[in-house]
Design a protein around this ligand. Sequence first.
Ligand code: HEC
Length: 143
Amino acid sequence: MKTQVLAAMIAVTAAGAALAHGGVENETVLARMEGMKTLSTQLKTLGAMAKGQQAFDAAEAQAALDRLSEEAAQIPAQFEDEVIVEKSEARPAIWQNWEDFAAKAGDLQQRSAALEVAQPGDLGPALRDLGGACKACHADYRE
Ligand code: HEC
């Protein structure tokens, strides 16, 4: 009996963890993780078009860039409060170098706002440009 209850509890805990970013419950942390996921969804759309897994659609590519730019503009507000919980990959350096962190968010925002993807050949350079901005911040501020 005891074993059964324990097994059921483990199953429930594991399911919950899969849904909530490895068990993160803090709202601030969840919101900024959601924001990051939105960024990566846009890159995936552009990437699928670049690889030919999805038909090229200039309007859809532009919409992904617009979404990226909007979401990047939210990064400073999402990270404003210094919250670090277990399972978060945010480094304390964010709040020690706040201006640099915010500048890197601004860089992503500017790049996504400036890019134009009118034809399939524009996708590769755009992805490299955007990916560079993600990487520049992750290298310093993400575990
Ligand atoms: C200004 C800094 C910055 C920029 C720019 C940035 N990120 Fe992040 N990203 C972070 C930090 C910090 C974390 C860790 C957050 C945490 O775990 O609390 C993170 C986490 C993530 C995660 C994991 C989210 C989760 O659910 O745990 C993904 C995916 C991600 N970023 C994708 C991207 C993509 C794609 C781009 C570029 C389009 C990007 N990021 C640009 C700082 C940045």
